[in-house]
Design a protein around this ligand. Structure first.
Ligand SMILES: [Zn+2]
Length: 100
């Protein structure tokens, strides 16, 4: 079932699926879970395991959405507010900031 959905729809889905559990766990512990998933993504990447990396990316995004639900943050809105189709630092698309 590959259908185009918005970030907001996915965040709402996480709220329907896990909202009660997330609220019981609380924001602090949910942030720790998010951090753990980021570590698992790094581990999968360093192993060169692309299948696991795909799964971990999905987990990271799901946990980020859960944290946003707990903080009453609309991820889609804040993401596009900060990155409105151009770099927030140099105002260009693509970014023209100096390389790292
Ligand atoms: Zn830039």
């Amino acid at each position: 079932m590959l259908v185009n959905h918005t970030i907001r729809e996915f965040q709402d889905l996480m709220n329907i699926l896990y909202g009660d559990r997330d609220r019981k766990r609380g924001t602090d512990r949910s942030l720790i879970h998010l951090q753990t998933e980021i570590g698992e993504l790094l581990e999968a990447y360093l192993k060169g395991d692309l299948d696991s990396s795909r799964e971990e990316v999905a987990d990271v995004f799901a946990w980020l959405c859960s944290v946003c639900n707990l903080l009453n943050i609309d991820l889609e809105t804040v993401a596009y507010q900060k990155y409105p189709h151009r770099c927030p630092k140099c105002d260009a698309n693509p970014c023209e900031c100096h390389p790292l």
